[in-house]
Design a protein around this ligand. Structure first.
Ligand code: NAD
Length: 351
């Protein structure tokens, strides 16, 4: 049984990764600062048996991170902690530089010292897994797909900070030999996603009878992957990925934003046949585009499918249906957020 130090394990993808690891019988230490995005949902029976520990700390706090490594002695690190919302990175890039760059640097340094002092099987087993995004490859033309060797062309402060973190991890591997594995994934959706992101925002606004604000003409294309499929890909890459390699992960579900919003409306129409808000599509409103909004992200994920035999279980249709029903069934969670820390206001408009 391995002990995995997960950073950002109280966030959207992190919580799916923690569940995946606990479900696979591993031990988990979750290092999370519990920012506004860290909702830290209850783990129920999965957390029983002393296999789960939460350490509330900042990844940029070198003393705290060193103490956590020394105390818990992990076999691997899965690094997800980040400031993750593009619109917030436009309004306030400093937090993104601090967490995504300085924080990743701090974690890499702590991992390097800890791993450097390991010996034998423990040293051979250790991995540092950096979880990144397809946004580092920038906006692609119709028909283009970025493979793992594509040029980095980040356009938002968020994407640039993630690209920088990717470069740091690569350098820590090439220079110091730290056993790094990196993955770059497309847009995730599913349970526990903070309601500022496109899919939950649209579901919750539609339920409230509020406008569904679609940026520009809704023509920006993203690839979508169900979060549980991403979590499964991540633990597979951690165990079987080759050291020093990068793996793209995608759902192979590339759609313009307007198509996603219309799908959500159709699922709600079907789920709520007596709602006076039907058809929910009439709530769609086109609003001023996000500054520097990338038109299209698309990654070629044939390497992980070929080498590690990974493939997603959900299609967009099945995953989106599950997600809409999850938000319908979990009002307690999102109503608290919508009445407090984030009320659905427009972010990231400044140029
Ligand atoms: N959401 C996506 O579609 C997507 C796609 C590809 C890659 N990613 C990457 O996956 C990772 C997780 O994304 P997410 O959507 O779950 O993000 P999220 O914003 O939902 O969660 C981030 C978590 O990190 C924690 N955190 C933030 N700053 C911290 C700090 N300084 N120290 C410790 N913890 C801190 C937060 O409390 C939160 O729990 C990120 O690295 C992101 O770049 C996300």
């Amino acid at each position: 049984m391995a002990k995995v130090l997960v950073t950002g394990g109280a966030g959207f993808i992190g919580t799916a990764v923690v569940r995946q690891l606990l479900g696979e019988g591993e031990q988990v230490v979750n290092l999370d600062k519990l920012t506004y995005a860290g909702s830290n949902p209850p783990l129920g029976a999965l957390a029983e048996g002393g296999r789960y520990t939460l350490e509330v700390a900042d990844i940029a706090d070198a003393a705290a991170v060193a103490r956590i490594f020394a105390q818990h002695r992990p076999d691997a690190v899965m690094h997800l902690a980040a400031e993750s919302h593009v619109d917030r990175s436009i309004d306030g890039p400093a937090d993104f530089i601090q967490t995504n760059l300085v924080g990743t640097f701090t974690l890499l340094e702590a991992a390097r010292r800890y791993w450097g002092a390991l010996e034998g099987a423990g040293k051979a087993r250790f991995r540092f897994h950096l979880i990144s995004t397809d946004e580092v490859f920038g906006s692609l033309a119709e028909g283009e797909e970025a493979d793992e060797n594509a040029r980095y062309q980040p356009n938002s402060p968020y994407a640039a900070s993630k690209a920088g973190a990717d470069h740091l991890a690569r350098a820590w591997h090439r220079t110091y030999g730290l056993p790094v594995i990196a993955t770059n994934c497309s847009n995730n959706y599913g349970p526990w996603q903070f309601p500022e992101k496109l899919i939950p925002l649209m579901i919750l606004n539609a339920l409230d009878g509020k406008k569904l604000p679609v940026y520009g003409q809704g023509s920006n294309v993203r690839d979508w992957l169900y979060v549980g499929d991403h979590a499964a890909a991540l633990t597979l890459a951690l165990r079987q990925g080759r050291i020093g390699e990068t793996y793209n992960i995608a759902g192979r579900e590339q759609h313009p934003n307007i198509a996603i919003v219309k799908m959500i409306c159709a699922i709600l129409d079907e789920a709520l046949p007596r709602s006076p808000l039907r058809p929910h599509e009439k709530l769609i409103e086109f609003v001023t585009d996000r500054p520097g909004h990338d038109l299209r992200y698309a990654v070629d994920d044939s390497k992980i499918r070929r080498e590690l035999q990974w493939q997603p279980k959900e299609t967009l249709a099945s995953g989106l249906k599950k997600t809409v029903h999850w938000y319908l069934d979990n009002r307690d969670w999102w109503e608290k957020i919508r009445s407090g820390v984030y009320r659905g206001e427009r972010l990231g408009k400044v140029r």
